[in-house]
Design a protein around this ligand. Structure first.
Ligand SMILES: *[C@@H]1O[C@H](CO)[C@@H](O)[C@H](O)[C@H]1NC(C)=O
Ligand SMILES: *[C@@H]1O[C@H](CO)[C@@H](O)[C@H](O)[C@H]1NC(C)=O
Ligand SMILES: *[C@@H]1O[C@H](CO)[C@@H](O)[C@H](O)[C@H]1NC(C)=O
Ligand SMILES: *[C@@H]1O[C@H](CO)[C@@H](O)[C@H](O)[C@H]1NC(C)=O
Length: 629
């Protein structure tokens, strides 16, 4: 391992030396087969990362930094590591900023990773990200899982430390066809004495080995599967259908409706069951009989779970007093504790970075588990921007602010990981919990509708989260009500994902086709059950070989230019390819099958030799899927 610890002036000198001594270019650093070349440019240093002399990634290093200053107030350290380099920026001046950019080269390259976001475009060179917003777990823009990982189709990636005070500017007017990683101590990044920023630049032969290495070295991985009952049987949640207007009779009727139509699974009581949000006590008038209902549903073969959020609402007066007195809530730099969420404008957010506050939160959940005998929880929210900004977190390493809130929340609730789901995450790929996609809406498009279900699946898998819970089938009916066609297509899209979650019941749709609709959906649930062993095996592959459970199709053909750009197909493991119909009114779709022999899932007598494009006939009752021989 070589370490190049230099003041930037020395780098300048070195660049000069290499320029003078090298005919081709300004080769500066070498790390085995991977080399980093620098070249002076008007706005920083241009760089190239090469493996075996093939250019894998290019960009600008130190954009806007004054390298001519004779007494520089910063240091850059470049360290060679296996397959790449680690670059550290350090300055004792807290106002120092750095900007390092990658050229997306979207004409010839594709990129994977990046944040979960409302309009989940894929591959991610299509995303636009504003450098005005801190790159942290935010409720805004569905930005609930902001991993700092950009992987390209040539097998190079950048991974940025959780300690960097990061802002990301991509495809803006200032940075077209570029992603710029800006480190500056602003916004939620408080209490830092200087600037520290660290990135790894790594290069491999192709993106599969690159990603496996990223999982092992940087992203992290779980050791076991979540509860497989969440895979084999659907989840039925009250939310989209009833919203918060629920009681124990409704829960029971909802479950019996499911049962009477021949289905089973997990009943989820979502969302308003508490006397005040955060009390963890059932509203007596509405849920007086809940213990019996839960017991009865369990006897009928259901599992029953409860919704929980990390907030305490103002009408929980005693809890508010206790929490404020003991310092259990997050406050900002002027002592403001006001937390705004969808059920209050003046709530409090539990400070999970404080171990005592976490314990206070968990105790009440343990109590309700014991009192009522429910089986688990759905954990909502957890992003860092519900609290008054900037949040202060006195109990932790200040360089980890604010994403440490999200991380600590996940760690706290992992005690209840059996049957649990969370929806925000940061560097928590090693937990064996389902990660739910943020609420989807009842529309078809990439604007948080059905099409974004597939792209979000790909995105979460490619930042290391494989135990993905798609959101409610048919969406949440926020902007629009779903119709039967949307619900059927949505059901089909989730068949080969780890879990199926309903809220609207198929037979709720008053339609001439009503009966047929229910039967189509039943056949899809049966298909999911039939393939549950394959889903479980694919989730186990994640543990064994670091293969994402639902990878993009290029995973099996990493040199296939067409496959590298596909955003509306996905794999289950390495041998089932799924191409759901996601366009309103469509009865066929184009399907790309990469190299290999593919058996038609709908007709095993039919076989295709890839690579091939099919115009595949898919009326409402058909989900196109193919099995690799
Ligand atoms: C850079 O590093 C050198 C050697 O560790 C140190 O003497 C110097 O003070 C550092 N400069 C800055 C601006 O941090
Ligand atoms: C962080 O900043 C806040 C507000 O400026 C201050 O009250 C607190 O003491 C600081 N905490 C640490 C650990 O530096
Ligand atoms: C406290 O924060 C909330 C938002 O979280 C804001 O609406 C309110 O104006 C703030 N109050 C003060 C006194 O700054
Ligand atoms: C996940 O990794 C973190 C360290 O980043 C550790 O604190 C935590 O205990 C791990 N959790 C599990 C379930 O392995």
């Amino acid at each position: 391992m070589k370490q190049f610890s230099l003041e930037m002036l020395t780098i300048l000198a070195l660049v000069g030396v290499f320029l003078a001594n090298s005919a081709e270019s300004a080769k500066v650093f070498s790390s085995g087969v991977v080399d980093l070349y620098f070249e002076e440019s008007p706005d920083g240093y241009g760089f190239e990362l090469r493996r075996d002399n093939v250019v894998k990634m290019t960009g600008i290093f130190g954009k806007g930094v004054d390298f001519t200053n004779t007494s520089p107030n910063f240091n850059v350290t470049i360290m060679s590591v296996d397959d790449g380099f680690r670059v550290d920026w350090r300055s004792s001046d807290p106002n120092f900023q750095t900007t390092d950019c990658l050229n997306l080269q979207s004409e010839t390259l594709h990129w994977y990773g990046g944040p979960e976001i409302y309009e989940q475009k894929w591959p991610i060179e299509k995303l636009q990200l504003s450098g005005d917003d801190a790159y942290v777990a935010r409720k805004d823009d569905n930005f609930a899982v902001p991993e700092r990982y950009w992987l390209n189709s040539l097998g190079a990636f950048v991974f940025i430390s959780e300690r960097s005070p990061l802002f990301v500017d991509q495809n803006t007017e200032e940075n077209p066809d570029r992603v710029c990683f800006i480190s500056k101590n602003e916004g939620p990044y408080i209490n830092r004495t200087g600037l520290f920023s660290q990135a790894y630049l790594m290069a491999f032969d192709e993106p599969v080995s690159a990603h496996r290495s990223a999982v092992a070295q940087f992203l992290g991985e779980p050791e076991e599967l979540p509860n497989v009952n969440m895979i084999t049987e659907p989840i039925w949640t009250t939310w989209a259908k009833y919203k918060k207007y629920i009681d124990d009779t409704i829960v029971s009727e909802f479950a019996y409706d499911v049962l009477d139509h021949g289905f089973k699974g997990q009943i989820e009581i979502d969302e308003q069951w508490e006397t005040c949000f955060g009390s963890r006590e059932f509203i007596p008038d509405k849920f007086g009989n809940i213990k019996n209902v839960v017991e009865d549903l369990q006897e009928q073969g259901f599992r029953v779970t409860l919704w929980a959020a990390p907030f305490i609402n103002p009408d929980c007066t005693e809890l508010i007093l206790e929490g404020e007195e003991k310092g259990y809530f997050v406050q900002n730099t002027i002592g403001n504790m006001t937390t705004v969420w969808w059920e209050s404008n003046d709530a409090r957010q539990i400070d999970f970075t404080n171990p005592e506050a976490s314990e206070w939160y968990s105790q009440k959940l343990r109590r309700i588990l014991q009192q009522v005998g429910v089986d688990g929880f759905k954990f909502d929210a957890g992003e860092t921007d519900y609290v008054a900004q900037p949040g202060v977190y006195p109990h932790v390493d200040q360089e980890l602010i604010p994403n440490i809130l999200t991380k600590s929340y996940i760690k706290t609730v992992s005690e209840f990981s059996n049957l649990a789901e969370v929806r925000s995450a940061f560097r928590t790929q090693n937990y064996s919990m389902f990660l739910r996609m943020i609420d989807k809406d009842s529309v078809w498009g990439l604007d948080d509708g059905l099409q974004s279900l597939v792209t979000t699946l790909l995105q979460l898998n490619m930042i290391g989260y494989s135990f993905v819970l798609p959101d409610m089938i048919g969406g949440n009916a926020y902007r629009a009500q779903p119709d039967l066609e949307l619900v059927i297509r949505w059901t089909q899209a989730t068949v080969f994902m780890p879990s199926m979650q309903f809220s609207f019941l198929p037979w709720d749709f008053e339609d001439d086709e009503q009966l047929k609709g229910t039967e189509i959906i039943r056949s899809m649930v049966e298909l999911h059950t039939k393939y549950a062993p394959n889903i479980i095996a694919a989730m186990e592959e994640k543990l064994i070989n670091r293969t994402p459970t639902n990878p993009p199709i290029w995973w099996i053909v990493p040199f296939d230019e067409t496959a590298l750009g596909i955003s509306d197909e996905f794999l289950l493991g390495e041998d089932i390819l799924v191409a759901p119909v996601m366009e309103q009114g469509a009865t066929s779709r184009d399907v790309y099958l990469p190299e290999g022999s593919w058996v038609d899932g709908n007709d095993p007598a039919v076989k295709y030799e890839g690579p091939i494009w099919l115009d595949y006939n898919a009326p409402l009752d058909v989900l196109p899927y193919f099995i690799k021989e």
